[in-house]
Design a protein around this ligand. Structure first.
Ligand SMILES: N[C@@H](CCC[C@H](N)C(=O)O)C(=O)O
Length: 308
């Protein structure tokens, strides 16, 4: 089978994008692994299939029915797969790149100020374009699976990275997909961390987890006088390995650092955070209603055809 694809990335979290506008493409885990292979295939951290939400519902995924019930305009669905072929609920950088792909295909136009609502396995996501060309995504509700107790203790689990003497305390954050965030004291510790092997997480959530190592940096003040938090992060993604960026991971990192700051704060903590990742910079903002927003760039790099 000949397959048309487009390669894209968001802060170098890179994806193979496939348009399945009729909803009849059967993309197996083996197909995904071959497409994502950096030597034998096109290469990417993940594969994104753009397909009708109705087709996903017809295939029996109940989340697609819920998406259409909540937002009938969410006619396109982001079917996200990790490079190892596993299915993931959500990808923050992927939503931005999916939106750029939908615009490229003529299925959406955000330049006139409209938003795109799309379906994902974590529910409806809404995207708008900012004046500078960044895409801002309402990432929906976030949660601390460990609840108020984890928030006050600052941890609900422990992570051991290869080369560390002992496990370090970590906080679980749910962005529709699972994350476990560990604070490090210094940028040099972050730079030196060995993420070539999957970190050991205890307890490991049943569906596995993405692990973020973070270093909180000094706050700044924006031109409107609001405090802006800063975090530097590296990530080991479930189903991939270390990547150059992770959008849901950046949200988890900012939310964990904010939770830790709030636990010891005497004053207000920032609602806007800039997260530095090896592949660039993204912005995380707390929204009303327990939602969080992720903003950043999305680039389409090239298109072509491949044999599956
Ligand atoms: N890179 C993505 C997250 C992709 C899914 C993740 N590996 C998982 O299995 O949950 C992002 O930008 O959020």
């Amino acid at each position: 089978m000949t397959l048309r694809f487009t390669k894209g990335h968001g802060t170098q979290n890179d994806f193979v994008l496939v348009a399945d506008t009729r909803g009849d493409l059967e993309l197996t885990a083996d197909h995904v692994r071959r497409l994502a292979d950096r030597r034998g295939g096109i290469g990417g951290d993940g594969v994104i299939r753009l397909t009708p939400t109705a087709a996903v519902a017809r295939a029996g995924e109940e989340v697609a029915d819920r998406v259409l019930a909540e937002e009938p305009a969410a006619i396109w669905f982001m079917d996200y797969r990790n490079a190892d072929g596993s299915v993931a609920q959500m990808c923050g950088n992927g939503v931005r790149v999916f939106t750029a792909f939908a615009e490229h295909l003529g299925l959406a136009d955000l330049d006139d100020g409209q938003e795109l609502a799309l379906g994902t396995r974590a529910g409806v996501r809404r995207v708008r374009k900012e004046p500078g060309g960044w895409y801002a995504v309402d990432m929906g509700p976030w949660a601390l699976p460990g609840g108020a107790e984890a928030a006050s203790r600052g941890a609900d689990s422990a992570v051991l990275v290869r080369g560390w003497d002992a496990p370090r305390p970590a906080l679980s954050v749910d962005l529709g997909n699972p994350h476990t965030v560990v604070a490090l004291a210094r940028p040099s510790e972050l730079a030196d961390a060995d993420l070539t092997q999957t970190p050991e997480v205890d307890p490991l959530p049943p569906e596995g987890t993405n692990v973020e190592l973070v270093v909180p940096l000094a706050e700044t003040v924006d031109p409107e006088g609001r405090a802006v938090g800063h975090v530097r992060m590296r990530v080991h993604e479930r189903g991939v390995g270390e990547t150059q960026s992770c959008g849901t991971g950046a949200c988890a990192a900012a939310l964990a650092v904010r939770t830790w700051a709030a636990a010891g704060a005497t004053g207000a903590v920032p609602d806007v955070w800039e997260v530095e990742v090896p592949g660039g910079l993204v912005r995380v903002r707390l929204l009303d209603g327990g939602h969080v927003e992720l903003a950043g760039p999305a680039e389409l790099v090239f298109s072509g055809e491949t044999e599956l």
